[in-house]
Design a protein around this ligand. Structure first.
Ligand code: RP5
Length: 162
Protein backbone atom coordinates (compact mmCIF):
# COMPACT_ATOMS: atom_id res chain seq x y z
CA UNK A 1 0.00 0.00 0.00
CA UNK A 2 1.16 3.56 -0.71
CA UNK A 3 2.24 5.59 2.34
CA UNK A 4 0.73 8.84 3.56
CA UNK A 5 3.23 11.58 4.35
CA UNK A 6 2.41 14.07 7.10
CA UNK A 7 4.56 17.19 7.13
CA UNK A 8 4.18 19.92 9.73
CA UNK A 9 5.77 23.33 9.73
CA UNK A 10 6.83 23.10 13.38
CA UNK A 11 6.75 20.55 16.16
CA UNK A 12 4.36 22.98 17.87
CA UNK A 13 1.78 21.66 15.34
CA UNK A 14 2.10 18.14 16.78
CA UNK A 15 -1.04 18.22 19.00
CA UNK A 16 -3.09 19.23 15.95
CA UNK A 17 -1.93 16.39 13.71
CA UNK A 18 -2.39 13.74 16.44
CA UNK A 19 -6.01 13.01 15.39
CA UNK A 20 -4.81 12.41 11.83
CA UNK A 21 -2.12 10.04 13.03
CA UNK A 22 -4.72 8.19 15.14
CA UNK A 23 -7.02 7.87 12.11
CA UNK A 24 -4.26 6.50 9.85
CA UNK A 25 -3.28 3.99 12.55
CA UNK A 26 -6.92 2.90 12.99
CA UNK A 27 -7.10 2.22 9.24
CA UNK A 28 -3.70 0.43 9.16
CA UNK A 29 -2.31 2.89 6.62
CA UNK A 30 1.50 3.23 6.60
CA UNK A 31 2.70 6.78 7.17
CA UNK A 32 5.68 8.98 7.91
CA UNK A 33 5.70 12.21 9.91
CA UNK A 34 8.19 15.00 9.27
CA UNK A 35 8.88 18.55 10.44
CA UNK A 36 9.86 20.69 7.45
CA UNK A 37 9.11 24.39 7.23
CA UNK A 38 8.44 26.22 3.95
CA UNK A 39 10.37 29.15 5.38
CA UNK A 40 12.90 27.75 7.86
CA UNK A 41 13.92 24.63 5.89
CA UNK A 42 12.82 25.33 2.30
CA UNK A 43 15.43 23.02 0.74
CA UNK A 44 14.43 20.01 2.86
CA UNK A 45 10.72 20.67 2.22
CA UNK A 46 11.36 20.86 -1.53
CA UNK A 47 13.52 17.71 -1.57
CA UNK A 48 10.88 15.76 0.37
CA UNK A 49 8.23 16.76 -2.18
CA UNK A 50 10.44 16.10 -5.20
CA UNK A 51 11.23 12.56 -3.99
CA UNK A 52 7.87 11.68 -2.42
CA UNK A 53 6.45 9.68 -5.34
CA UNK A 54 9.53 7.50 -5.79
CA UNK A 55 9.69 7.09 -2.00
CA UNK A 56 6.31 5.31 -2.04
CA UNK A 57 3.90 8.03 -0.96
CA UNK A 58 0.38 8.19 -2.41
CA UNK A 59 -0.87 11.34 -0.67
CA UNK A 60 0.68 14.13 1.40
CA UNK A 61 -0.83 16.01 4.33
CA UNK A 62 0.73 19.36 5.25
CA UNK A 63 -0.09 21.19 8.49
CA UNK A 64 1.00 24.76 9.14
CA UNK A 65 -0.17 27.85 10.94
CA UNK A 66 0.04 31.62 10.44
CA UNK A 67 1.80 32.34 7.08
CA UNK A 68 0.91 28.77 6.12
CA UNK A 69 2.77 28.26 2.85
CA UNK A 70 3.88 24.69 3.53
CA UNK A 71 1.13 22.85 1.65
CA UNK A 72 1.50 25.13 -1.35
CA UNK A 73 5.29 24.86 -1.34
CA UNK A 74 5.06 21.06 -1.20
CA UNK A 75 2.38 21.00 -3.92
CA UNK A 76 4.61 23.12 -6.14
CA UNK A 77 7.15 20.28 -6.23
CA UNK A 78 4.98 17.17 -6.69
CA UNK A 79 1.90 16.04 -8.59
CA UNK A 80 0.88 13.76 -5.71
CA UNK A 81 -2.37 14.93 -4.09
CA UNK A 82 -1.63 17.42 -1.29
CA UNK A 83 -4.04 18.06 1.58
CA UNK A 84 -3.54 21.20 3.65
CA UNK A 85 -4.44 21.56 7.32
CA UNK A 86 -4.58 25.19 8.44
CA UNK A 87 -3.52 25.26 12.09
CA UNK A 88 -5.23 27.34 14.74
CA UNK A 89 -3.10 29.96 16.44
CA UNK A 90 -1.49 33.32 15.94
CA UNK A 91 -3.21 36.69 15.99
CA UNK A 92 -6.06 35.57 13.68
CA UNK A 93 -6.51 32.19 15.35
CA UNK A 94 -6.17 30.13 12.19
CA UNK A 95 -8.10 32.29 9.73
CA UNK A 96 -4.78 33.54 8.34
CA UNK A 97 -3.57 29.96 7.87
CA UNK A 98 -6.87 28.92 6.29
CA UNK A 99 -6.65 31.65 3.65
CA UNK A 100 -2.93 31.08 3.04
CA UNK A 101 -3.57 27.36 2.51
CA UNK A 102 -6.75 27.48 0.46
CA UNK A 103 -6.03 30.38 -1.91
CA UNK A 104 -3.78 28.52 -4.33
CA UNK A 105 -3.16 29.71 -7.87
CA UNK A 106 -4.63 27.72 -10.77
CA UNK A 107 -2.36 24.82 -11.67
CA UNK A 108 -1.11 23.97 -8.15
CA UNK A 109 -4.08 22.59 -6.19
CA UNK A 110 -4.16 22.01 -2.44
CA UNK A 111 -7.21 20.23 -0.99
CA UNK A 112 -7.75 22.27 2.15
CA UNK A 113 -9.65 20.90 5.16
CA UNK A 114 -11.06 22.85 8.10
CA UNK A 115 -8.87 24.65 10.63
CA UNK A 116 -7.27 21.86 12.72
CA UNK A 117 -9.10 19.30 10.53
CA UNK A 118 -6.50 16.57 10.87
CA UNK A 119 -8.95 13.67 11.14
CA UNK A 120 -10.67 14.67 7.89
CA UNK A 121 -7.27 15.20 6.24
CA UNK A 122 -6.34 11.62 7.14
CA UNK A 123 -9.71 10.33 5.91
CA UNK A 124 -9.32 12.16 2.61
CA UNK A 125 -5.82 10.74 2.22
CA UNK A 126 -7.26 7.29 2.98
CA UNK A 127 -9.94 7.75 0.32
CA UNK A 128 -7.26 8.71 -2.21
CA UNK A 129 -5.22 5.59 -1.37
CA UNK A 130 -8.42 3.50 -1.45
CA UNK A 131 -9.03 4.31 -5.14
CA UNK A 132 -6.58 1.50 -5.87
CA UNK A 133 -7.10 -0.56 -2.69
CA UNK A 134 -10.37 -2.48 -2.32
CA UNK A 135 -9.61 -3.65 1.22
CA UNK A 136 -9.08 -0.09 2.43
CA UNK A 137 -12.25 1.03 0.58
CA UNK A 138 -14.17 -1.65 2.50
CA UNK A 139 -12.75 -0.36 5.81
CA UNK A 140 -13.86 3.15 4.92
CA UNK A 141 -17.36 1.88 4.09
CA UNK A 142 -17.48 0.05 7.43
CA UNK A 143 -16.40 3.21 9.25
CA UNK A 144 -19.16 5.24 7.58
CA UNK A 145 -21.71 2.62 8.68
CA UNK A 146 -20.36 2.58 12.25
CA UNK A 147 -20.40 6.40 12.40
CA UNK A 148 -24.00 6.46 11.14
CA UNK A 149 -25.02 3.80 13.69
CA UNK A 150 -23.47 5.92 16.46
CA UNK A 151 -25.57 8.93 15.42
CA UNK A 152 -28.76 6.83 15.28
CA UNK A 153 -28.01 5.41 18.74
CA UNK A 154 -27.81 9.00 20.00
CA UNK A 155 -31.11 9.77 18.24
CA UNK A 156 -32.77 6.83 19.98
CA UNK A 157 -31.56 8.00 23.39
CA UNK A 158 -31.90 11.77 23.04
CA UNK A 159 -35.27 12.12 24.81
CA UNK A 160 -33.94 10.47 27.96
CA UNK A 161 -31.21 13.10 28.17
CA UNK A 162 -33.69 16.00 28.28
C1 RP5 B 1 4.14 27.83 11.29
O1 RP5 B 1 4.24 28.77 12.31
C2 RP5 B 1 4.12 26.50 11.97
O2 RP5 B 1 3.44 25.57 11.18
C3 RP5 B 1 3.39 26.79 13.26
O3 RP5 B 1 1.98 26.54 13.13
C4 RP5 B 1 3.61 28.27 13.47
C5 RP5 B 1 4.45 28.57 14.69
O4 RP5 B 1 5.65 27.85 14.64
P1 RP5 B 1 6.66 27.87 15.89
O5 RP5 B 1 7.11 29.29 16.05
O6 RP5 B 1 5.88 27.37 17.07
O7 RP5 B 1 7.79 26.94 15.54
O8 RP5 B 1 5.20 27.92 10.41
Amino acid sequence: MKKVGIVMGSDSDLPIIQKGVDMLRALDIPFEVHVYSAHRTPVEARDFALNARENGFGALICAAGMAAHLAGAIAANTTLPVIGIPCKGGMMDGLDALLATVQMPTGIPVATVAINGAANAALLAAQIIAVEDAELARKLDDKRKADAAAVLAKDAGILERL
